[in-house]
Design a protein around this ligand. Structure first.
Ligand code: NAD
Length: 287
């Protein structure tokens, strides 16, 4: 199978920026696109900072950091035509089914890319692929974890129409990026969020029912279950709004109210306490 030498990442946020950085560090040329020029500038600034830090810490040489930076091109989304030259596209835009479907419909027309991968954390791959029409066999879930440079896993999710060739190439790219690809089927939440989110939700119930204070709930799970981060701290890191969104996907997709988001979790979101990104969620983070 031919080596994948260049990719396009659409969405220069937390995840897209991380995916681009890891690919470039692994020697793959990357073009990062975003609908908002401000997001592109922020992504470039973050790459400069993170690569400089890796050099300072002795994790890479200045030469390797410069070479990685040289492999990344930053572009406004208007240049969707660059996608047509690429073999492999990874979408990492907002977690909104309609916005993703619209993008995949455009991509299916704009590109001959062999693979159109989505980094969605919960939306059905089959549904996104349907928007790509005849290109549905080239659509696949390639679910990276946050922070991308640190987390080893890529959950690889086949939609109903995903071809074997698409799956094998996706596994090859994840491996070339130094990640460990693991397959999961296209069911609500896949494996990671199907198992993790109910755990996080239950921690909110434990807090709401006064079983323990938030810090104690986290301490018990860290020390007793060997979790590196307590579930409530992790919820803040993911974003409480995202947690509610994923619980909604589980409850609706599995048609079972036991997956409904805890009222206390929803209340914090209603109050604008979304976690790290707003400086306050379960815990306070200051500015
Ligand atoms: N944050 C996580 O922990 C995490 C983990 C795994 C997967 N994901 C998934 O990755 C995707 C991105 O999440 P994120 O946390 O990086 O979000 P983010 O908000 O940090 O970044 C999204 C980026 O997409 C851009 N964007 C939005 N609509 C666009 C469009 N139509 N065209 C081009 N660019 C557009 C935004 O400007 C933004 O820069 C989502 O599908 C999310 O579910 C997130």
């Amino acid at each position: 199978m031919a080596e994948i030498r260049s990719i396009v990442v659409i969405g220069a946020g937390q995840m897209g920026g991380g995916i681009a950085q890891v690919a470039a560090t692994a020697g793959i040329a990357v073009k990062v696109l975003d609908a908002f020029p401000g997001a592109i500038d922020k992504c470039r600034g973050l790459h400069d900072k993170l690569l400089a830090r890796a050099v300072e810490k002795g994790k890479m040489t200045q030469g390797d950091a410069d070479a990685a930076k040289g492999r990344i091109g930053y572009l406004p989304i208007a240049s969707l035509d660059v996608v047509s030259e690429s073999d492999f596209v990874i979408e990492a835009i907002v977690e909104d089914a309609k916005v993703k479907r619209d993008l995949f419909a455009q991509l299916a027309n704009a590109t001959r890319a062999q693979i159109l991968a989505t980094n969605t954390s919960s939306i059905s791959i089959t549904e996104i692929a349907a928007a790509a029409g005849d290109a549905a066999d080239r659509v696949i879930g390639m679910h990276f974890f946050n922070p991308v440079p640190v987390m080893k896993l890529v959950e690889v999710i086949k939609g109903l129409a995903t071809s074997e060739k698409t799956t094998l190439r996706t596994i090859a790219l994840a491996t070339a990026m130094g990640k460990t690809p693991v397959p999961a089927n296209d069911r609500p939440g896949f494996v990671s969020n199907r198992v993790l989110m109910p755990l996080i939700n239950e921690a909110f119930y434990a807090w709401m029912e006064g079983v323990a204070e938030p810090a104690h709930i986290d301490e018990i799970m860290k020390l007793g279950c060997n979790h590196p981060m307590g579930p409530l701290r992790l919820a803040d890191f993911i974003g409480l709004d995202t947690c509610v969104h994923i619980m909604d996907v589980l409850a609706d997709g599995l048609n079972n109210d036991r997956y409904r988001a805890c009222p206390l979790l929803k209340q914090l979101v209603a109050a604008g306490r979304l976690g790290d990104k707003t400086g306050r969620g379960v815990f306070e983070y200051g500015k």
